[in-house]
Design a protein around this ligand. Structure first.
Ligand code: AMP
Length: 230
């Protein structure tokens, strides 16, 4: 399974990618996570992009493409991957097409998660994450049982909020999505790869819709990589 998840910030791309990754053992490549990891580790790349992420604008294509190309070269990508947050511009989509052509790899689909803009601001501004295990939560839609403790891994006082999940940066990120990322939808439509799911549906239903695109409901479809312990 080699798919791209497309959609505005807050559409649930990361959540769906994590569910599919856990279930099928495919690699989840999230451009934003890779940048944040570099910022956390204060690498040269991290220092270069920190202010850009805070503002909610896009990292230049050249830098982003180089980072993703290096990630796709890793051996764990051989059996499949979910790209989340990349590509975000037509130039990135073209570069990805070239990269995959060189590897003789074909994409299965570009899955667009359609969501109403109005809903997005509420979704994004309420979200927080367990920094120990990466589980996502929300002030309104998914509260942990104990406000200070992660339901999944039990870590205490490890919840963090992204610095770009404030109202101003969210507005910028939505604007960037409409002006720079939406134009890649026709790119994938022309190639017969664009599929759309209803990102407003409950989380489980969105997962089911994505799986149905690949001929699977709850069970992994032929060709999916199934984790041995999953
Ligand atoms: P995300 O976690 O996907 O919301 O991304 C967080 C931030 O990382 C974005 O607002 C951008 O600043 C940067 N970023 C992530 N993916 C890309 C990309 N494909 N191209 C340029 N910048 C990106």
């Amino acid at each position: 399974m080699r798919i791209i998840l497309l959609g505005p910030p807050g559409a649930g791309k990361g959540t769906q990618a994590r569910i599919l990754t856990e279930k099928y053992g495919i690699v989840h490549i999230a451009a934003g996570d890779l940048f944040r990891e570099n910022i956390k580790n204060k690498t040269a790349l991290g220092l270069q992009v920190e202010e850009i992420l805070k503002a909610g604008t896009l990292v230049p294509d050249e830098i982003t493409i180089k980072m993703i190309a290096a990630r796709l070269d890793q051996p764990d990508c051989k059996n499949g991957f979910i790209l989340d947050g990349f590509p975000r511009t037509v130039a990135q989509a073209e570069a990805l097409e070239e990269m995959l052509k060189k590897k003789a790899i074909k994409l299965d689909a570009a899955v667009q998660m359609a969501v109403d803009d109005d809903e997005l601001v509420e979704r994004i501004s309420g979200r927080f994450t367990c920094s120990a295990c990466g589980e996502g939560y929300h002030d309104k839609f998914k509260k942990p049982h104990d406000p200070d403790t992660c339901d999944k891994c039990g870590a205490k006082d490890k919840f963090t909020r992204r610095p770009d999940d404030n109202a101003e940066a969210v507005r910028t990120r939505l604007g960037v999505y409409h002006s720079q990322t939406k134009p890649i939808l026709p790119f994938y439509e022309e190639r017969g790869l664009l599929k759309t799911v209803d990102g407003m549906a409950p989380m489980k239903d969105v997962t089911a819709q994505i799986l149905a695109l690949f001929g699977a409901k709850d069970a992994p479809a032929k060709g999916f990589q199934v984790k041995k312990n999953g």
